[in-house]
Write a protein that binds this ligand. Structure first.
Ligand SMILES: Nc1nc2c(ncn2[C@@H]2O[C@H](COP(=O)(O)OP(=O)(O)O)[C@@H](O)[C@H]2O)c(=O)[nH]1
Ligand SMILES: [Mg+2]
Length: 380
């Protein structure tokens, strides 16, 4: 059937391949090579089949150049980071399906509750249930194993439906790229800047951090710590000074010294929306006057553990400035991994990164397939 089966096949193949490799250690080389080729061919076919079946709206994500090791590493991270959600809401789904004999209205009601509890969002869940009911009726579904697959499929469709999805950051082709980080206090902006700086540095980029959060005590020092840890340049002003003037200094430096990427931290005082809007406007004006087309990205950071509250924050930020992508942090700390689907449905802004822990390497580009796998692997 649909996407779910394809993802399942893809990941199964990966596991089989790994086992295969272990078994093959003692075999002779000729056989090994032949087998390797066969596996690769079928894996390619598998991938191709999967691509052919994908809805055309999906822009293929940035993971084509990934080596197999990287792929497996990432799968592991998703796996680990989503374990709380899996233990909670996915297990509830499994239990519901196990105890159900017949698909009735009660079944749909329980399913609805489980999904709402998982932070998928009421409206999203209601329309999802409607679609599911229709499908059960039109396809005359009675088999619960099959229904399970339809459920994951439909959840996946929420994410990919009618939209252009890309986790890719936009880079400036001539001159420094500016990435502005916004979001309320405590969501993980500074930490995310540290993690992204580390990734960019590893890719050979010259990175500069700008301490645009001049408001909160300790914010400047915290970013400075990260700059030392990552070993990248850092620009700061005085606590309480105008963030736009710090940003001005930072961008000047980046242009003069030919930096590739400028990561700007900000203070997110959403309680004073008018002030925040003015402040962001001013920052954007300064940035744009020094680098055409900048900022290339304005990433809104949301804390996944705050659930619907995070969604409302996002709606407010969306009203006051242009958001090009979302960083969803602390997915490792929530048992309600459904928020990704709510973001899609209610905001329609691509999730570009997810935070899966506090460590420097616990940030991943968002990939819906790995996410679905990490979440639903126990159901596969
Ligand atoms: N578990 C977990 N904690 C995170 C993640 N991202 C950030 N944090 C923690 O969240 C807290 C606030 O982060 P910070 O970067 O200071 O937030 P800011 O106020 O938005 O700059 C810190 O203790 C971080 O270590 C994540 O992905 N997972
Ligand atoms: Mg901060």
């Amino acid at each position: 059937m649909g996407i779910f089966s394809n993802i399942k096949k893809l990941f199964k193949k990966e596991n089989e391949e790994r086992e295969e490799q272990n078994l093959r250690k003692d075999n002779n080389i000729q056989e090994e090579l032949e087998e390797e080729k066969n596996i690769q061919d079928s894996f390619k076919e598998e991938k191709k089949e999967q691509e052919d079946n994908s809805p055309p709206e999906i822009i293929k994500q940035d993971n084509l150049e990934e080596t197999k090791e990287e792929f497996q590493e990432k799968v592991k991270l998703y796996d680990k980071g989503l374990s709380k959600s899996r233990d909670n809401f996915v297990n509830k789904l499994i239990n519901l399906n196990n105890k159900t004999k017949k698909i009735t209205d009660e079944y749909f009601e329980e399913l609805e509750d489980i999904l709402i509890m998982a932070d998928i969002g009421v409206n999203t869940v209601l329309s999802f249930i409607e679609r599911l009911k229709k499908r059960v009726k039109s396809e005359n579904i009675t088999d619960l194993d099959y229904l399970k697959e339809v459920i994951v499929d439909e959840l996946f469709i929420i994410y990919v439906d009618n939209s252009i999805l890309t986790n890719k950051l936009k880079f400036n082709e001539s001159g420094p790229t500016v990435i502005l980080f916004v979001g309320v206090n405590g969501v993980g902006k500074t930490t995310t800047i540290g993690k992204i700086a580390s990734q960019l540095k590893n890719k050979g980029k010259k990175v500069l951090m700008v301490a645009g959060d001049t408001f909160r005590a300790g914010a400047i020092e915290q970013l400075e710590e990260w700059s030392k840890r990552v070993d990248c340049a850092f620009v700061k002003g005085l606590e309480g000074s105008d963030p736009s003037s710090v940003i001005y200094d930072g961008i000047k430096k980046a242009k003069d010294e030919k930096y590739d990427v400028i990561l700007i931290d900000t203070a997110g005082r959403l309680q004073n929306k008018v002030n925040l809007m003015k402040e962001l406007e001013k920052m954007n004006k300064v940035i744009n006057s020094l680098i055409e087309g900048a900022p290339q990205e304005t990433l809104l950071v949301i804390d996944a553990t705050t659930g619907q509250n995070g969604i409302s924050q996002a709606k407010s930020f969306k009203e006051i400035t242009d958001i090009t992508g979302i960083v969803l942090t602390k997915l490792d700390g929530t048992a309600k991994g459904g928020i990704v689907l709510a973001i899609k449905e209610e905001l329609d802004i691509p999730v570009k990164y997810i935070g899966l822990g506090e460590g420097i390497n616990d940030l991943e580009t968002f990939d819906i397939e790995k996410y679905i796998y990490g979440l639903f692997k126990d159901m596969m």
